[in-house]
Design a protein around this ligand. Structure first.
Ligand code: ZN
Length: 110
């Protein structure tokens, strides 16, 4: 891959990251540091400078809601999935399954 592929790879990673966030926010309340750790486990190295704008964008899009809580004198923002977020997650599951069947299993739909 040449250097021009970098922004493309970034786009793809960000899309995967957003899907992870949606999924985890559907299971429990999520917060920045926890997500950075969780995503790190999957091999995504991202800092707050990438994660927080992404969370805010998803909030603005109506996919997540946010509540603030003070933990050990620090404000922590907890994000939860919304009804629209759940709807999107349902759609993503179908698309992912199709992608998986084709790209991983190499079963092409005809
Ligand atoms: Zn995950």
């Amino acid at each position: 891959m040449n250097d021009n592929a970098d922004p493309l790879l970034r786009d793809i990673h960000l899309a995967f990251i957003k899907m992870h966030i949606l999924y985890h926010a559907s299971k429990e309340k999520v917060f920045g540091v926890g997500l950075i750790e969780e995503l790190g486990r999957h091999g995504y190295r991202l800092g707050p400078g990438t994660l927080y704008p992404t969370l805010e964008k998803m909030k603005k899009a109506g996919l997540l809601t946010c509540t603030c809580r003070t933990v050990q004198h620090k404000q922590r923002k907890y994000y939860k999935i919304t009804a629209d977020g759940l709807k999107l997650l349902k759609e993503i599951r179908i698309k992912l399954k199709e992608l998986y069947d084709e790209v991983v299993e190499e079963n092409e739909k005809r």
